[in-house]
Design a protein around this ligand. Structure first.
Ligand SMILES: *Cc1c(COP(=O)(O)O)cnc(C)c1O
Length: 423
């Protein structure tokens, strides 16, 4: 992978030879006022719309128009079972078994529902461990769980921090925290890929460590799903949750995914909040019977889900199935490696990449610190037609997505960045 070359020619050639080049045309690429493609680097925030999404959503609108309530049975994709049409593809993307995966609710809601089942504090073991730079929603969620159970949200929260003057998390530090506090920690809940640094953590290693110390372990995979190979089943994690509007290209605020490990599939002893959609499908509409828990991740559903959102998810997952996730990852590594190569040429005294150098420890995102930069750099990039993402105090996050970003996009991005820096 070290035979990258500089120059636009090289980028154009890579695009020509790209086995996945046809996929860019299957997405709507946002354009500037003159109708030119913008350089869209924020698929980590909101993935672009597959062109086929509209037809999938329209299908459901038409079936609703044609059938009314009978659409639950008569629709082309009967609504009653619609979520089942997503499960297998979603399970493939996150490396899980179908019984372990469900599309439902939204991400933070799913984290809470998972904590109802997997955060079971006692008087002596009640603390929650998260990474110090967790996504705010996750931090607020665990703090509120601590308070909900009557604990202090500061004293009860243990933070896994990078070392002084470092950006990335270190497993030895996690080991020491667990050696010291393991028997006080009820739950470890970590972002599988850190939203800020782009560090892809070793889910299996963290899970093993956590379980050794008697903690339950869950992951927020918002920045992992559709971006890296999560292998959730093999990780052994108790649960995971992720949204579908980032790398899964399923539209703003679309429904989220949730994973519950197979070993919990038939447990009836776990606390949970339930509704009629957690109940046995065969007898759900008898309405008056005793509650009968559905097995597997499906058993954590509460409500009948929004079909229009699921149609957008189906449209996107069908593109994932079509390309095959392994091929996507191969291109992703190549494209991000190229991005890193070009950035390195700007010189270490100008920029610093805080994302791990090891391709196994990152997805497609690179988080870049530009020396002496402030937010005006980001504004200038935007003016130059680059959609990127600025995170205080001084980081630009760019995520070249293998589906729709090209080598040319990456070349032009770095070229513009160079012009702005040298101004
Ligand atoms: C994007 C993201 C969220 C957003 O949560 P919603 O409930 O979907 O609004 C939460 N956590 C992480 C780690 C994220 O990356």
């Amino acid at each position: 992978m070290s035979n990258y070359k500089s120059g636009l020619d090289y980028a154009l050639k890579q695009d020509q030879n790209d086995a996945l080049k046809a996929y860019r045309n299957q997405f709507h690429i946002p354009k500037n006022k003159d109708g030119k493609d913008l350089i869209y680097m924020t698929g980590n925030s909101l993935g672009l719309q597959p062109k086929q999404t509209k037809a999938y959503v329209n299908q459901e609108l038409e079936d609703w128009a044609d059938f009314g309530v009978e659409g639950h049975f008569e629709a082309k994709n009967p609504w009653l079972r619609y979520h089942e049409f997503l499960t297998e593809s979603m399970a493939k993307v996150v490396g899980a078994k179908p019984i372990e995966v469900i599309v439902m609710n939204t991400l933070t809601a799913n984290l809470h529902f998972m904590m109802v089942s997997f955060y079971k504090p006692t008087k002596t073991r009640y603390k929650i461990l998260i990474e110090s730079d967790a996504f705010p929603s996750d931090k607020y969620a665990v703090e509120s769980q601590l308070r909900h159970h009557g604990f202090d949200d500061k004293e009860g929260l243990i933070l896994w921090k990078p070392r002084k003057d470092e950006d990335l998390l270190n497993y030895e530090d996690l080991e020491s925290i667990l050696e010291e506090h393991g028997n006080e920690i009820a739950l470890i809940m970590i972002g599988g890929v850190n939203y800020y640094t782009g560090q892809f953590l070793d889910l299996k290693r963290i899970t093993k460590l956590g379980h050794k110390h008697g903690c339950t372990v869950g992951f927020d995979c918002a920045h992992g799903a559709g971006n890296v190979q999560l292998n959730l089943h093999d990780s052994g994690a108790d649960f995971a949750a992720w949204c579908t509007y980032k790398y899964l290209n399923s539209g703003p605020g679309s429904l989220a995914g949730c994973f519950v490990h197979e070993r919990h599939a038939h447990r009836k002893d776990l606390n949970r909040f339930v509704g009629w959609w957690s109940h046995n499908k065969e007898t759900r509409f008898n309405m008056r019977g005793e509650f009968d828990q559905l097995p597997g991740a499906e058993g954590w559903q509460l409500s009948n889900p929004p079909i229009l959102s699921m149609a957008a998810i189906k449209a996107s997952l069908d593109v994932f199935d079509d390309v095959g996730f392994e091929k996507l990852i191969i291109k992703s590594k190549k494209l991000t490696g190229y991005f890193e190569f070009l950035l390195n040429q700007l010189g270490e005294d100008t920029i610093k990449i805080i994302t791990p150098r090891n391709p196994k420890e990152r997805g497609c995102q690179l988080s870049i610190q530009v020396k002496n930069a402030d937010k005006s750099l980001h504004a200038k990039l935007t003016e130059a037609g680059v959609i990127s993402d600025w995170r205080e105090p001084d980081v630009i996050r760019c995520a070249p997505v293998p589906f729709y970003n090209s080598f040319e996009d990456v070349y032009r991005l770095v070229d513009k960045l160079k012009d702005i820096i040298q101004e």
